[in-house]
Write a protein that binds this ligand. Structure first.
Ligand SMILES: Cc1cc2nc3c(=O)[nH]c(=O)nc-3n(C[C@H](O)[C@H](O)[C@H](O)COP(=O)(O)O)c2cc1C
Length: 185
């Protein structure tokens, strides 16, 4: 079987952000599977205007998303919500998200970003995506990583493994379904 193309999407663009550190940890675990080909997608690498007026970068972003089979969104929580940069990225693309699975790795202060994840479940349902049940939540994120970018937290590693298992299962299921019949959306 071909490995699935799994995009690990960094949702924050803030100066001094920790998002890439969290994404690198996810990447290390996902890329160790020979069933997964990781595609790194950093929202900060694209000029995505919140006017939603198309430009070269919105088209490049849309093509990038279209080439992927599944997603892990790595998201902080800002004021109990999804960062605006990730919401704009989600709003920029329409058909290319559809009928594809997504899992959530959130992080934050005391809350661990769980409210951002629950908002993303609503948003991704509207985009015809399949969100998987298991999620990772990292509270007090700035204190979690060692110098090598690892996390000494067996529960988080276990949750990420289950998230990836579920994303892979759905990616396989919907890929087969898409071959048989166009998605009715
Ligand atoms: C504007 C802003 C709002 C925040 N609101 C929350 C919050 O509601 N809940 C939480 O757990 N952490 C909150 N934090 C803490 C962030 O989750 C934490 O700083 C995290 O590192 C931000 O991700 P980033 O570094 O990738 O931008 C907030 C941080 C900022 C900058």
């Amino acid at each position: 079987m071909q490995p699935i193309k799994l995009a690990i999407v960094v949702g924050s663009v803030r100066a001094g952000r920790i998002g890439p550190t969290v994404a690198a940890w996810v990447r290390g675990i996902a890329a160790a599977r020979d069933t997964i080909e990781v595609v790194d997608v950093d929202v900060a690498d694209f000029e995505l205007p919140n006017t939603l007026v198309p430009n070269d970068d919105t088209e490049r972003f849309t093509r990038t998303i279209g080439a992927c089979d599944a997603f892990v969104f790595v998201t902080p929580e800002y004021n109990h919500g999804v960062p605006g940069s990730l919401k704009t990225a989600l709003d920029t693309v329409k058909y290319e998200w559809r009928a594809k699975p997504v899992g959530f790795v959130s992080y934050g202060g005391l809350g661990g970003g769980v409210r951002a994840t629950e908002q993303l479940r609503q948003i991704t349902a509207e985009l015809h995506m399949v969100s998987v049940r298991d999620a990772v939540s990292l509270h007090r994120v700035r204190k979690r990583f060692d110098n090598e970018g690892g996390i000494d937290d067996a529960a988080a590693v276990d949750a990420l493994g289950r998230l990836l298992d579920q994303v892979e299962w759905w990616a396989d299921a919907v890929a087969g379904a898409r071959e048989r019949i166009d998605y009715p959306g």
